[in-house]
Ligand binder design. Structure first.
Ligand SMILES: Nc1ncnc2c1ncn2[C@@H]1O[C@H](COP(=O)(O)OP(=O)(O)OP(=O)(O)O)[C@@H](O)[C@H]1O
Ligand SMILES: [Mg+2]
Length: 370
């Protein structure tokens, strides 16, 4: 990595009894980066964050902050949390209810013995930054959910940590407020240039906030990359299915070339052939079972009039139609038991029973081993 590395995990493991919560996880976070750990419940996200924070000690591997080892199994090293210069906001952020807004933010500085005047300046500055300026004297319990969330952020930001650890910080907020906080955090992060290690199981949050994402699976970083590269070029079926929706169709490999694999469909779609690129560098042999995958939004939908073009096109019928505001969600029957979920633009009138023509452009189709 070109930029200075703020955080490095090298083969870090942690188990609780028989549960391997983190399993030889390795990753690097650069200065000014928003790096997200994304994965299903129980995959080890919070444990990883707690290891970085020093709230847990590791069983194996090493953690380095700004080039300084803070935890190492082989060196028997463990630097306590308050000497790691980290800011933290956890899911159940605790606002001190007996303190007003100002005191809540000032407290971490008082603990560090910062001078009164400096405290006043820094607290005022950071409250202004998140739009809480003017609320200094208000009791913290009288804030709205979004304001409390911002207060928790302020408290973590005020002593200018090298790294900000955020564990599902918006999970207590309703959908609207979550969206708003997402944008605010992004703007704040850009303005301050802070480095953030973010934890979420919400893919939209991860895709929209992150410079890079590590998709975690069973305690390991299964794939690391930019949101777009993970979405468009997932390296495994797990990453593919965890990020976004995927339409999967089953068949057998007909022809396999370097650039393109053609798959003949099974069952009710027998006779149709779909061509796409081989996923994740897999080599295919004709005759083997395969899965054809495509993102629903990449399928080109038109009304079915006349005969189907031969290649990469299927026929379907709208079986159920759900209006969800910005678009329609349609369950489309492809014949037999095969059904797929598609997104249809609101600009057109759709109705149940309508016959569709679905084109799956080869460049957005990927072929996977079954
Ligand atoms: N203190 C603990 N004692 C025993 N088991 C634990 C402890 N902390 C975590 N675990 C287990 O370790 C695994 C990873 O937990 P972790 O909290 O890191 O998951 P997570 O990815 O943060 O999940 P979620 O999205 O639900 O918050 C889980 O199986 C969990 O039950
Ligand atoms: Mg967690």
């Amino acid at each position: 990595m070109g930029a200075e590395t703020v955080l490095r995990l090298d083969g870090v493991s942690k188990s609780f009894g028989a549960v391997q919560a983190v399993d030889r996880a390795s990753l690097e976070v650069g200065r000014g980066e928003v790096f997200t750990l994304l994965g299903p419940s129980g995959c080890g996200k919070t444990t990883t964050l707690r290891l970085v924070a020093g709230l847990e000690d590791l069983d194996a591997g090493e953690i380095t902050l700004r080039g300084r080892p803070v935890a190492s199994a082989s060196r028997r090293l463990f630097v306590p949390p308050h000497k790691r210069n980290l800011g933290m906001v956890f899911q159940s952020y605790a606002i001190w209810p007996h303190m007003n807004v100002f005191e809540n933010v000032a407290y971490p500085l008082r603990l560090r013995g910062v001078k009164r005047r400096t405290i006043r300046d820094r607290v005022t500055q950071v409250l202004d930054l998140v739009g809480l300026g003017g609320l200094e004297r208000r009791s913290a319990t009288l804030l709205s959910g979004g304001q409390m969330q911002r207060l928790a952020l302020c408290r973590a930001l005020v002593y200018e940590p090298d790294l900000l650890l955020l564990d599902e910080p918006f999970s207590n907020l309703d959908a609207k407020l979550r969206e708003q906080m997402r944008v605010e955090l992004k703007l704040l992060q850009r303005r301050l240039g802070i480095t953030i290690l973010f934890v979420t199981h919400d893919q939209i949050e991860a895709l929209s906030l992150s410079d890079r994402i590590a998709v975690m699976h069973h305690g390991r970083a299964e794939q690391v990359g930019s949101p777009r590269s993970l979405y468009e070029q997932p390296g495994s079926a797990f990453v593919r299915d965890f990020l976004g929706q995927t339409v999967i169709l089953r068949g057998r490999v007909d022809r396999a070339e370097i650039q393109s694999v053609a798959v003949t469909m099974d069952g009710a779609l027998a006779g149709h052939t779909l061509a796409g690129r081989a996923a994740a560098g897999v080599a295919f042999t004709p005759g083997l079972p395969a899965h054809v995958a495509v993102r629903p939004e990449d399928i080109e939908v038109t009304l079915n009039e006349g005969p189907l073009p031969a290649r990469n096109t299927l026929a379907g019928v709208i079986e159920a139609l759900l209006f969800v505001g910005d678009r329609y969600e349609a369950r489309v029957a492809l014949g037999g038991e095969q059904r797929i979920l598609l997104l249809l633009p609101r600009a057109r009138e759709w109705r149940e029973g309508q016959r569709l023509q679905l084109r799956l452009p080869p460049e957005v189709v990927s072929v996977w081993p079954a």
